[in-house]
Design a protein around this ligand. Structure first.
Ligand code: NAD
Length: 484
């Protein structure tokens, strides 16, 4: 099977923050790979825009170095890399001033798709939208892509939405959450809604509980300053984990179109019960060997910011009443592993007697480091000796059936950037979704602040604080092992 490349219309893509960390690591390598795949037509161009004073030639050198560092395999195609670099230009500008903006307006072409990627802090979103308007670049062919964090609470998210809405309509605003761009996340929707097999069981009558884990083995690294002001709840739970929760829990949309899908996701968020304090656990990692503890790493000895959070959520609707959703995310955990596990109930009666043990089907959607979907089924252990049951995974990625190229799909940033060019918002968050998500997480964070609660320490390389294990144990359940 050869992956199909769907052509897109010619475009100009401006990357504000084009010299930043995210541009270097993700956006520019992703654009190069789409170029290699033949998805950047001959006249499409990329324009870096940032504060640093450099010319186009220097910027090309910067981009070459970034691609060589972050995707050496792709960069080894040096002829393609040179051709791609030829499509790049650069404008030095200040989002808050007027310098550089006339030049940028002269660089982007009217009458074609113009995408503006705001790869800068949210404090600049409003300024950029305003300048794009002032310099005649905010017309109906324009669209903007905004990075997380989209605010730090409901009030700031509303203010950001209002600022963007002054010059762009909702259908022009792409709030990116790269988890939604993962192949497996979309496959989850295909498996759920393309088969008769799962949907009838997809409710509290058959599903015991759902676990969502996004575990990182690294600490806060060089992003300590930002992270210490955010914490795991704002940085991961409010966006990535809640988005995954929505896709798992939503009703089948009438069709796979942006507003139909996002309407259903929004209904899930609005049906979430408030979370009681004893259903949330926060943690902070401790030192391990030569790796410093959290407070040392963020250079804030008294920090009460959580690097781990686990919670139990309930969705009050007909489908899910009685099925808990357990969500956890954290840094410096045992492994880097993200997955969603749909744990079905046991069969109501075992005809094989107590000796056969207790078995459950588990549908696991693995998101990283490897993507895939697996269904755990119970079968007879082969061979003589009576009826002994074992659980085996049924691999639903079908790499063999689909051929070796089936694993060779675009990464999340590639797919999402191309969706922006195509004008498809299905995998992007709508403004009301983001606000509803903050409305749910705000009281949890405010509760911690009011109670002056400190996070619990947990050992680096562990599965998080003991209380997060208790969150499950007291319900007679346990977390799945964190492993890739
Ligand atoms: P960075 O600090 O590395 O880069 C910031 C960029 O913005 C630079 O190119 C800088 O020149 C430009 N900039 C800053 N002030 C400017 C101004 N007044 N006018 C014009 N340009 C200006 O930041 P980053 O890590 O690349 O992050 C960018 C955005 O993406 C942030 O909102 C961040 O939270 C988000 N994000 C980053 C990551 C990551 O891994 N780095 C991941 C997810 C989201």
């Amino acid at each position: 099977m050869v992956s199909r490349v769907i052509p897109v219309d010619p475009f100009d893509l401006v990357v504000f923050g084009g010299t930043g960390d995210l541009a270097r690591r993700k956006i520019l390598p992703a654009l190069f790979r789409r170029f290699q795949a033949g998805q950047m037509g001959e006249s499409s161009r990329v324009i870096g825009a940032a504060r640093s004073d450099m010319d186009a030639e220097a910027y090309r050198g910067f981009v070459r170095a970034a691609i060589e560092e972050f995707d050496p395999q792709a960069a080894s195609d040096s002829a393609a890399l040179e051709e791609f670099l030829g499509r790049l230009s650069y404008v030095a500008l200040d989002a808050k001033g007027t310098a550089g903006w006339d030049k940028l307006a002269g660089e982007v072409s009217a009458g074609r798709i113009r995408a503006f990627y705001f790869s800068v802090g949210p404090g600049l979103f409003g300024d950029l939208a305003q300048r794009l308007h002032d310099y005649g670049m905010a017309d109906h062919d324009s669209r903007i892509v905004v990075e997380k964090p989209f605010g730090r609470d409901l009030a700031s998210a509303r203010a950001l939405n209002r600022g963007l809405a002054q010059h762009f309509q909702e259908h022009q605003i792409y709030r990116i959450d790269h988890y939604l761009g993962k192949e497996t996340v979309q496959n989850l929707m295909a498996v759920r809604f393309g088969n008769m097999l799962f949907e009838p069981l997809w409710n509290s009558q058959y599903v015991d509980h759902i676990q969502i884990t996004v575990a990182e083995s690294v600490g806060v690294g060089g992003r300590g300053d930002y992270y210490d002001r955010a914490g795991a709840m704002r940085d991961m739970m409010q966006n990535h984990l809640m988005q995954l929760l929505c896709l798992i829990a939503m009703e089948p949309p009438a069709k796979f179109d942006p507003d139909a899908v996002r309407d259903e996701k929004l209904k899930v968020i609005r049906a979430l019960d408030p979370v009681a304090p004893d259903n949330v656990v926060r943690g902070q990692y401790q030192a391990e060997g030569d790796k410093p503890d959290y407070c040392t790493q963020v250079e804030n000895p008294d920090s009460r910011t959580e690097s781990f959070v686990a919670l139990k959520a309930h969705i009050s609707n007909w489908r899910w009443a009685g099925t808990p959703f357990y969500l956890r995310t954290g840094k410096r955990l045992k492994d880097r592993a993200s997955e969603i596990a749909v744990v079905f109930k046991e069969a109501p009666h075992s005809i094989f007697g107590a000796g056969a043990g207790r078995h459950r089907n588990i549908l696991t959607i693995k998101l990283q480091p490897n993507e895939g979907i697996e269904l755990g089924v119970t079968i007879k252990e082969p061979g003589p000796g009576g009826m002994r049951l074992i659980d085996v995974p049924l691999d639903m990625t079908f790499a063999e059936a689909l051929g070796p190229d089936s694993a060779d799909f675009p990464d999340a940033y590639e797919r999402l950037i191309m969706d922006v060019i195509r004008g498809n918002q299905t995998l992007f968050m709508r403004g009301d979704e983001v606000e509803a998500a903050w409305a749910w997480t705000d009281p949890i964070i405010e509760g911690w602040e009011e109670r002056g609660e400190a996070p619990q320490p947990y050992a680096s390389g562990s599965a998080g604080p003991d209380d997060s294990l208790m969150l499950m144990h007291r319900d007679g359940r346990r977390w799945r092992e964190i492993k890739p």
